[in-house]
Write a protein that binds this ligand. Structure first.
Ligand code: PEP
Ligand code: MN
Length: 456
């Protein structure tokens, strides 16, 4: 990647060897590939393809997250639970970006601080599962592990792990990211388009509230224009991509040595996180991600203890680098008010300064009598409130939200102003994994977060 004038720093041998140390450690949630040679071949091809993101962008994000950890910015991270290859269409990607941009405007206006926009996009293809297999009637097959591993259809052929999907995952991420870059730098994300991102019905309360806010922004922009202000900065917006770094046969070949610094960057995304199920201190995922320069997230569930949090900090952020480490708490609405404050206290009393964000989705899953995996919008909102309360109580900064959302009008989560009920889940439930907030519910959530942020 080095140009003629740039240094081309070669990594130490120990750095390169370290990138494969995870292979000696216990590892969870990897597929049983049927053919080792085919995986090797796919890995080698991935390793030869261009990076999706560049080291400089990753460094910029780390700086932005450092501001959020100091209480000077707020992180909005959202997207599908599981992206699918078929779902990487222009319409769906545009709708998701619109929704995130709308939410960001609501938050920026309320908090009067920069909002860092980040998609669970362009690589969120691999899923951890609670069981290796799925049984329907008297047939048992491998569980669906995300489009980058196997197919969702319940047939032996589809459920077999297929290494060609690694390459297809890369290609789908490339085209998704290309469209994201076009939308966010090509004029679509211009703040003067604030009205055109809206696609809801005027009678919906969150929508009406959004229109009123967009009018205020319009007026402010016209006022500034009349004063001769220069709006170049409004034309484009920074948008980062992230996913759970779960599937090592994808993450490892996408990790490259940066020629400016001789250090490894995972070039498959700006930000990657370790899930609740793969964050063992001595496991493969924590070791591997401790060695890359990207900002890293770690999910923390309700049973997380202080020693674990401290050990994760030691392992993943030994140099206490600003912006390096984000804790994504996902405790459940009923537990967060008890489980989170002690962790915040302990970290506050230490020399670490991670960014704390809330994932109000994963601690609030339920299954309805008609068999749908869902979440109540009220529980999601309640966990968000609990998150802000915990931070107010301890005197730390509630630095962001991490949500599963889509820009489409799906019916996957119960409640919200459209009052989606159990029967409605049958009409438009499209997620292959966890239920997402739809466009309107996402906007409502943004208004709630905005209210809480004003108090933070
Ligand atoms: C997810 O983010 O989709 C996920 C599986 O989360 P967690 O690791 O928190 O369960
Ligand atoms: Mn999920």
């Amino acid at each position: 990647m080095a140009s003629q004038n740039e240094p081309n720093i070669i990594a130490d041998k120990s750095v390169i060897e370290g990138l494969d140390y995870w292979r000696t450690l216990p590892i969870k949630q990897q597929p049983q590939w049927p053919n080792a040679a085919a995986v090797q071949n796919a890995s080698e091809r991935l390793a030869s393809y261009p990076p999706l993101v560049f080291a400089g962008e990753v460094d910029t994000l780390r700086d932005r997250l450092a501001l959020a950890a100091q209480g000077k910015a707020f992180l909005l991270q959202g997207g599908d639970c599981a992206e699918t290859f078929a779902g990487a269409t222009a319409d769906k990607i545009r709708n998701r970006i619109k929704t995130v941009l709308q939410m960001a405007v609501v938050l920026t206006y309320a908090a009067e601080m920069p909002v860092i926009k980040m998609g669970r996009m362009a690589g969120q293809f691999a899923k951890p599962r609670s069981s290796d297999t799925e049984t329907r009637g008297d047939i048992t097959l491998p569980a669906y592990r995300g489009d980058i591993v196997n197919g969702y259809d319940f047939t032996p052929e589809s459920r077999e792990a297929n290494p060609e999907r690694l390459v297809q995952g890369y290609n789908t991420a490339v085209s998704t990211l290309n469209l994201i870059r076009a939308f966010t730098t090509g004029g679509f994300a211009d703040l003067r388009e604030v009205h055109s991102w809206n696609k809801g019905f005027a009678k919906n309360p969150a929508n009406a509230q959004y229109e009123a806010l967009a009018n205020e922004i319009d007026r402010a922009i016209k006022f500034m224009a009349a004063c001769g202000a220069d709006f170049d900065a409004l034309k484009t917006t920074e948008f980062f991509v992230s996913h759970e770094a779960l599937l090592m046969d994808y993450e490892r070949p996408m990790t490259r040595i940066d020629s400016r610094t001789g250090t490894p960057y995972n070039t498959s995304a700006h930000f990657v996180w370790i899930g609740e199920r793969t964050r063992e201190l001595d496991g493969a995922h924590v070791d591997f991600l401790s060695r890359v320069r990207n900002p890293i997230g770690v999910k923390l569930g309700p049973t997380t203890d202080i020693d674990t949090v401290k050990a994760l900090i030691e392992k993943l952020d030994p140099n206490r680098e600003p912006g390096r480490l984000t804790f994504i708490t996902r405790m459940g609405a009923g537990k967060i008010r008890e489980a989170l404050p002690p962790l915040l206290e302990a970290v506050k009393a230490s020399d670490a300064n991670p960014l704390w964000i809330t994932d109000p989705m994963h601690g609030n899953g339920i299954t309805t009598p008609n068999g749908y995996k869902t979440r109540r919008f009220d529980d999601v909102m309640d966990e968000v409130r609990g998150f802000f309360e915990a931070h107010r109580q301890v005197g730390t900064f509630p630095g962001g939200v991490h949500v599963e959302l889509t820009g489409d009008d799906v019916t996957e989560c119960l409640g919200g102003s459209e009052q989606i009920d159990e029967k409605d889940l049958e009409s438009r439930y499209e997620s292959l994994c966890d239920p997402r907030l739809n466009h309107m519910q996402s906007l409502e959530l943004a208004f709630l977060v905005a209210e809480e942020l004003k108090k933070a």
